[in-house]
Design a protein around this ligand. Structure first.
Ligand SMILES: [Zn+2]
Length: 320
């Protein structure tokens, strides 16, 4: 597996962590944790991101009016759902918050490319599944999955007619991805989510899901894994079609953790690792390349779940 990372991923906006439960240093903490367990072996199996996604590239999946709107602090504050940011200068928000997110979006493009080349890759940031063509919400500004698919199609890395199998196991429903691929018949969407939480109002997005797995508030790991094991293999099998010429995208949000303040589900850290390894094996056993994105996860320990999955996947025995 290739791990894709940049030291530019961290968000360093003064005190933002006191006003939102997310850990702005989650990416670098995850990276250091993997490095502690894997040492120099990680450097051979990793790729540093070369630059942030450019505004020109982002126009492939976002409207010009939306990109322009991010020049105003009030609009950035609304997308990030952090009203206090309205008072900050727009240049500072761009530098300290939006730019790290553009690095993460570029990382997703590179990780998807590496997945096609090597079979399995993981970006240590990204999975902004609430971002839409004309708007951002739920702490998601740039639609990195749509960007990666659009750029790799443009470059011919993803062939015409090749299918994308998107599996979203973040606790929140991936409404932005559903909207981005609303008309795209080559994209197949599986989504398991807590139906009691944001963005439950977005019924138009839910209609786009090809195979859904709505969960009740407080669903535990045993029930979660049973449902996933019952539903996911058949979905991948039918989505891949006969020749299995497909690419998998796994949104591996860790806000399903029992201690997460936003997810409302009750998986343990062992359940999360079991879930991630199960999903990866489903793709690997069918020879379908897979890119993994960490998406949501809002505890001070969330970095550890991401790192544990990465470390396990770097050990080839875990893939069998
Ligand atoms: Zn989430």
């Amino acid at each position: 597996m290739v791990v894709v990372y940049s030291s530019h991923y961290d968000i360093t906006f003064f005190g933002v962590e006191r006003l939102h439960p997310f850990d702005p240093h989650r990416a670098s903490r995850a990276w250091r944790h993997i490095r502690r367990t894997h040492g120099s072996a990680l450097l051979k199996k990793s790729l540093r991101v070369d630059r942030p996604a450019s505004l020109g590239e982002l126009r492939l999946v976002h409207s010009q009016s939306y990109i322009d709107s991010l020049g105003k602090s009030a609009n950035v504050a609304a997308a990030l759902e952090l009203p206090f940011l309205q008072r900050a200068p727009a240049w500072l928000l761009n530098w300290r918050i939006l730019r790290p997110m553009r690095w993460a979006a570029r990382g997703t493009v590179l990780a998807m490319r590496e997945a096609v080349r090597n079979g399995l890759a993981m970006n240590i940031a990204g999975g902004f599944h609430h971002a839409n063509r004309d708007s951002g919400e739920g702490f998601c500004v740039y639609s990195d999955v749509a960007l990666a698919v659009a750029q790799l199609r443009e470059k011919g890395v993803i062939a015409s007619g090749q299918r994308i199998i998107y599996v979203d196991l973040d606790a929140h429903q991936g409404n932005g991805v559903c909207h981005q691929f609303r008309q795209d018949k080559e994209v197949f969407i599986f989504d398991a989510y807590n139906e009691s939480i944001y963005p439950g109002h977005d019924l138009a997005a839910q209609e786009r899901i090809d195979c859904d797995m709505p969960l009740e508030q407080g669903c535990d790991g045993t029930e979660y894994l049973e449902k996933l094991q019952a539903k996911l293999p058949g979905f991948i099998e039918s989505a891949a079609g006969r020749n299995h010429s497909a690419i998998g995208v796994y949104n591996a949000g860790t806000d399903v953790f029992a201690g997460d303040p936003l997810g409302g589900l009750k998986l343990s850290s062992d359940d999360i690792l079991a879930r991630d390894l199960f999903v990866v094996r489903q793709f690997r056993s069918r020879g379908i390349p897979l890119v993994i994105l960490p998406s949501g996860g809002y505890t001070k320990e969330s970095f550890r779940f991401i790192a544990d999955t990465a470390a396990a996947l770097m050990n080839a025995d875990q893939l069998k």
